[in-house]
Design a protein around this ligand. Structure first.
Ligand SMILES: Nc1ncnc2c1ncn2[C@@H]1O[C@H](COP(=O)(O)OP(=O)(O)OP(=O)(O)O)[C@@H](O)[C@H]1O
Length: 249
């Protein structure tokens, strides 16, 4: 079975040095006249779970995209384990995204034509793993999440909750340092959403990864140990969540 408890060497070094794993320093980002981020500085430690909340249009997605290297800031810097992320070429940033990060979206974004095990294996194949090895690791991850029975099912033949569990397997299969989640339970009913959040936070915790999660729902944010509130492109508040459910998982 895949050992998801192993940290990469860099993460372990960052953790030992008390360095943030992922950080932004005074990042700004505009779209035309719209200033989506107006100077955000944030530090996320290895293994930390951070919920990002804020009104619609406040800059949450733009922040998530800058942190994950999907977008580059206009000014300021994003660093991963002490190294610049925002300063990398597009090619190297894409490679870093594939090898160091996992993504969970509201609408799972699985490839409809592929069965679950191939969807889960895809990130590994994209970074050079052979098909057989990638499929074996996908099977192990599906088993780890208790959904081995879904291995042969295509997204259209599963419930929304099942497909989201497969999407979580895909996000974790490459042993990412950071998992980014954008409203991961937003398309699910409350009970299924609860189960999906339980699974996501448990597997992220076992993997020793950090979680950065954008949500409008305080009940979803409560699964994290820290809440960052964004308003008008700035950090409005940043606090520990005392009643984190991490303690009960
Ligand atoms: N690609 C884009 N082109 C033009 N404007 C954009 C683009 N992306 C974001 N914006 C603008 O930047 C601002 C911040 O958007 P962002 O999507 O980051 O907010 P958000 O807090 O995630 O919103 P929501 O909760 O509605 O998803 C908004 O005014 C938005 O219209």
């Amino acid at each position: 079975m895949t050992n998801v408890t192993n940290f990469s060497e860099e993460t372990a070094v960052a953790r030992a040095a008390g360095q943030p794993l992922l950080s932004t320093h005074d990042i700004t980002r505009s779209f035309g006249q719209v200033r989506a981020l107006a100077g955000v500085s944030l530090e996320v430690a290895a293994g930390e779970t951070v919920a990002v909340m804020g009104p619609s249009g406040s800059g949450k997605s733009t922040l998530l995209h800058c942190l994950s290297g999907v977008l580059t800031p206009d000014a300021g810097e994003v660093r991963l384990a002490g190294n610049t992320l925002s300063g990398l070429s597009d090619k190297r940033r894409s490679h870093t995204r594939l090898t160091e990060f996992g993504f969970v979206f509201q609408d799972n974004q699985l490839i409809p034509e592929l069965p679950s095990r191939e969807n889960v294996a895809l990130p590994l194949m994209l970074t050079g793993s052979g098909r057989g090895k990638a499929l074996a690791e996908a099977d192990a991850m599906l088993a780890r999440l208790g959904i081995a029975d879904l291995a042969g099912r295509r997204p259209g033949d599963m419930s929304g909750g099942q497909a989201q569990r497969v999407a979580i397997a895909r996000a974790l299969v490459g042993r990412p340092k950071v998992v980014f989640a954008d409203e991961p339970s937003g398309a699910l009913d409350q009970a299924t959403g609860h189960e999906v959040m339980q699974l996501l936070t448990a597997i992220v915790g076992l993997a020793g990864a950090s979680l950065i999660l954008v949500t409008h729902d305080p009940n979803v944010a409560a699964w994290c140990s820290r809440l960052v509130e964004i308003r008008d492109g700035l950090v409005h508040s940043d606090r520990r969540l005392g009643a984190s459910r991490e303690a009960t998982r």
